[in-house]
Write a protein that binds this ligand. Structure first.
Ligand code: PDD
Length: 281
């Protein structure tokens, strides 16, 4: 695997970051995960815009121009032989003597890697649990400090579930590493963007696709009661795409099978990817 570190492309085994890097010491950095289909970066502009927003929120100057990001990302994809991949990139506030204050001179660390990805078959549905959202108040920043998310996801895995859906003050926000949609009375609902959820690129694409296909949807708060009585629940992310939840806290969701609306939206998503693969979009 070839990775990118601070201007160089090199094998993963040769990539080294100083132990005083503020990413390592404080989790002081932000990241993105970008899918690649048939060698093409999926929704690249949107991912780079979200990165820009995250950097602005943590007061770290973007170390690369938009064009430099694109060139480096495209090179990384080629150096890893194209096809389907998942790109992970992160920018940290770089190495400095340990002190909470920002260092006077910041030399950010830019790291990118690629993992091969395989085409996901349509999901048969997964189990999810609910948990109190123990995260901070700036979940809109794609921060590498993910301890709460990690602990919440682990709780799910330990009971054989794929995701923890997080409840804040009686409302479902998102998953530990995904956005959430429900379907109630034929209408798909996802929480509006706020500081309590990550503005997911997959979420936005689904909202756009539903609008284009004139499928009924709303961006609205989802109460815990609505979540528990939903006909369908989906979790969405760049890694998982759109996955139907068929069991929530050991209770059946709807019929206990992937729902009809999920199936329609999943197909639209696949068609969109197919267009990208054949460069029609
Ligand atoms: N996470 N919400 C959270 C908390 C996430 O971590 C993610 C994705 C999403 C979905 O965003 P997108 O559709 O842009 O992937 C929502 C990535 C995939 C990760 O941490 O691996």
């Amino acid at each position: 695997m070839i990775v990118y570190l601070n201007g160089e492309f090199l094998p993963l085994s040769e990539a080294r970051v100083p132990v005083l890097d503020r990413g390592f010491i404080f989790g002081d950095g932000v990241y993105e995960v970008i899918p690649v289909y048939a060698g093409r970066l999926f929704r690249l502009e949107e991912h780079l815009q979200r990165l820009e927003n995250s950097l602005k929120c943590i007061k770290l100057d973007n170390p690369l121009t938009r064009q430099q990001w694109i060139e480096r990302l495209e090179t990384l994809v080629v150096r890893n032989k194209g096809g389907d991949q998942s790109i992970y990139l992160q920018v940290t506030r770089g190495p400095a003597k340990r002190n909470h204050n920002f260092p006077e001179r910041v030399v950010p660390t830019v790291f990118m890697m690629s993992e091969p990805a395989s085409t996901l078959p349509p999901s048969n549905g997964v189990k999810a649990i609910t948990r109190i959202d123990t995260r901070w108040q700036r979940c809109d920043i794609k921060s590498i400090a993910l301890l709460a998310n990690v602990l919440l996801r682990q709780e799910a895995v330990e009971v054989g579930a794929a995701e923890a859906i997080l409840i804040r003050e009686g409302y479902a926000m998102e998953g530990a590493a995904s956005n959430v949609f429900i379907v109630a009375d034929g209408v798909a609902i996802t929480p509006p963007k706020s500081q309590f959820i990550l503005p997911g690129i997959t979420r936005d694409l689904i909202v756009e696709a539903m609008q284009a296909a004139q499928l009924p949807y709303r961006e609205a708060d989802i109460s815990e009661t609505q979540l528990r009585s939903a006909d369908e629940i989906w979790i969405t992310s760049s890694i998982r795409e759109i996955v139907p939840v068929i069991t929530l806290d050991d209770k059946r969701v709807g019929t206990g099978q992937p729902g009809a609306v999920w199936s329609q939206v999943w197909q639209i998503y696949q068609d969109y990817k197919q267009k990208l693969r054949s460069n029609v979009s």
